[in-house]
Write a protein that binds this ligand. Structure first.
Ligand code: HEC
Length: 126
C-alpha cells in the first residue's frame, strides 16, 4: 500500500515536470498509478461526469452541479474529506457514497481501470 502510494506521488511529480517542459501530447501520454489519461478522457465522456462537472480539456463537460474538476493535482483534499492521493481519488470516483453517505455525487458503477484512467486524466490537466 505504502509503495503504491509512493509510486503515485513519484508519477505525479514526473507528470508535473513533463507538463512544465513539454507540449500537450506528452502530457496526454503521462500514466499515473496504472491509469492512461487518454482513455480517462474518453471514460469521463462515457460516464457523463461532465453533466455535473466542468472539466479542463473536455469541451462538453460544463456542468455546475458539482465543483469544477480543475487543478486537481494541486489540491490538498478530495471532496473535502480525503487526502489527495491517486488511491483516494479513485475510491471517490468509484464509490463516493461509501466515503460520504451525504454526498450528492451518485455511484456510477465506474470500473477500477476506468477510475485509474480518469484519475490519470484529472491529474494531468490544470
Ligand atoms: C449527478 C451529478 C454528478 C455526477 C454525474 C458526477 N459527480 Fe462528481 N461530484 C458531484 C458533487 C455534487 C460533488 C461534491 C460532493 C461532495 O463534496 O460531497 C462531486 C465531487 C466530485 C469530486 C471531488 C471534487 C473536489 O472538489 O474535491 C470528484 C473528483 C468527482 N466528483 C469526480 C467525478 C467523476 C470522475 C465523475 C464521473 C465518473 C463524476 N464526478 C460524476 C456530482 C456529480
Amino acid at each position: 500500500m505504502r509503495n503504491n502510494w509512493m509510486a503515485g506521488v513519484i508519477l505525479i511529480v514526473i507528470a508535473g515536470v513533463l507538463d512544465a517542459c513539454s507540449s500537450g501530447t506528452a502530457r496526454e501520454a503521462v500514466v499515473i498509478a496504472g491509469g492512461d489519461s487518454r482513455r480517462g478522457s474518453a471514460a469521463i465522456i462515457r460516464y457523463g461526469c461532465g453533466s455535473c462537472h466542468t472539466i479542463s480539456g473536455i469541451r462538453s463537460a460544463t456542468g455546475l452541479v458539482g465543483p469544477p474538476l480543475i487543478g486537481i493535482r494541486n489540491r490538498t483534499y478530495v471532496a473535502g474529506i480525503l487526502e489527495n492521493r491517486p488511491d483516494n481519488l479513485e475510491s471517490w470516483i468509484r464509490n463516493p457514497k461509501s466515503l460520504n453517505p451525504k454526498t450528492a455525487m451518485p455511484v456510477l458503477g465506474v470500473s477500477a481501470q476506468d477510475a485509474a484512467d480518469i484519475a490519470a486524466y484529472l491529474y494531468s490537466v490544470n
